[in-house]
Design a protein around this ligand. Sequence first.
Ligand code: F6P
Length: 552
Amino acid sequence: MNAASRTKLNQTPEWAALAKHREELDGTHLRELFAQQPDRGAACTLRVGELTVDYSKNLVTDRTLRLLRELAAATGVAELRDAMFRGEKINTTEDRAVLHTALRAPRDAVIEVDGENVVPGVHAVLDKMTAFCEQVRAGEWTGHTGRPVKNIVNIGIGGSDLGPAMAYEVLRSCTDRSLTLRFVSNVDGADLHEAVRDLDPAETLFVIASKTFTTIETITNATSARDWLLTELKAGQEAVAKHFVALSTNAEKVEEFGIDTANMFEFWDWVGGRYSYDSAIGLSLMIAVGPDRFREMLDGFHLVDEHFRTAPAEENVPLLLGLLGVWYGNFFDAQSHAVLPYSHYLSKFPAYLQQLDMESNGKSVDRDGDPVEWQTGPVVWGTPGTNGQHAYYQLIHQGTKMIPADFIGFAAPVHDLLPGLIAQHDLLMANFFAQTQALAFGRTPDEVRAEGVPEELVPHKTFPGNHPTTTILADRLTPSVLGQLIALYEHKVFVQGAIWNIDSFDQWGVELGKVLAKRIEPLLTGDEGTEAERLDSSTAALVSAYRTLRGR
Ligand code: F6P
């Protein structure tokens, strides 16, 4: 559907019907919805790949979902989805195709951008990555002094860091434990310092991950890493070729930095940074887990891509998750969305999703450049569930805010060090199930009184419940399941952006800070002082205080 021809979202009859339905539903408690529908748990469960998705503890009826699907139909979600999969330039503000789905397409698929099939190129890079990883993992990639590489330091930021760093933690159990992998992103020198201080440079490979190869944090860290390596090895520029590889779309800049383009793994402008970790950006991850596990992960992504592309709306899980987010954000004014994994390995998953969701849908103008009159992307946050239970769950249970949450758990642990540790898994999962139960059904004042609680404490010990959650359960956290989970959220974000009529694939909002940092840096270090007239009074005073503290 042409964005320009769209009726404003909040002027559509589908929106009005949802607003009316929301009023009708006001005051309805999940306790009632479950009482009215005895098989609600099973009836409100969908499956995709190895993921079981129970949405029964959401504040929805069949009618709600029908109305939401009608909104999706009216706003052209399926048409935009098909255009994305076809390789059309749906990222209009950057005039780019959006084809992360091509990164996991099978070898014989045909996906064209500007008349050229991009799939052979994707597989050529995957094959090159595979050959390189096999060399490193076999100890055949040697450094400048002839010693095999054992340490890999990935330097990148945002989409060139969060994905591989997260997935490396998730897939720890599949990694080659004889290799040390570290991820450096922060321009704070402490990050690089701590990453390399105990490494032997002769055995260290730096993977410089940057789509543009101009990102100041990454290039600064890469330059410092090169200085460290050459100083420690007492070597000249010729050592760089054996200790630096690049993951980028920008061969010119890679060469300028001094990295041999033979050691560059390319990707393309139709891969967004936050959608890129299954491209060459995943090289460090592939070294850690091996090419086979990496390809299993890609297959997991592809499985959900195909589901999203072909499953009917009633069974389409990414569509469902996207619609639930629209329901709460636009009709209940929920401001945030919690993602609560009950797996320690998923510790970095919420941080990864923050970029995926908030950089994609943190927009306030529509695709035509007009201000939106409706809420767009939520604040996404979370940490592993049991830790959260002892930190912020109080607010979710008894606070005043509505916080829809996704609970993600697994039937079987992937660790097997001690039988006792495996038994701990039942306790972990008992917490997992108990929390969504408590959030949904709460505890009424009468139930509290029945436990003999003194009257003055009854309000304090009452749990209102009615807090919506979605439960995602899988057997084990395998590479494929990880791919399935990520693709699920990628497409959820897509659905919401399509409904809100925003460009989910640009990120102009991060530019201003970069420009101003470049202007401020010389004021911190140069002789011209704070040049107060160019700064606002607050920033000028802070810069001046900083200079004084630094003795300048
Ligand atoms: O944060 C802005 C951003 O452009 C992200 O979208 C991207 O993932 C990150 O910077 C890193 O960019 P690059 O890979 O070009 O270094």
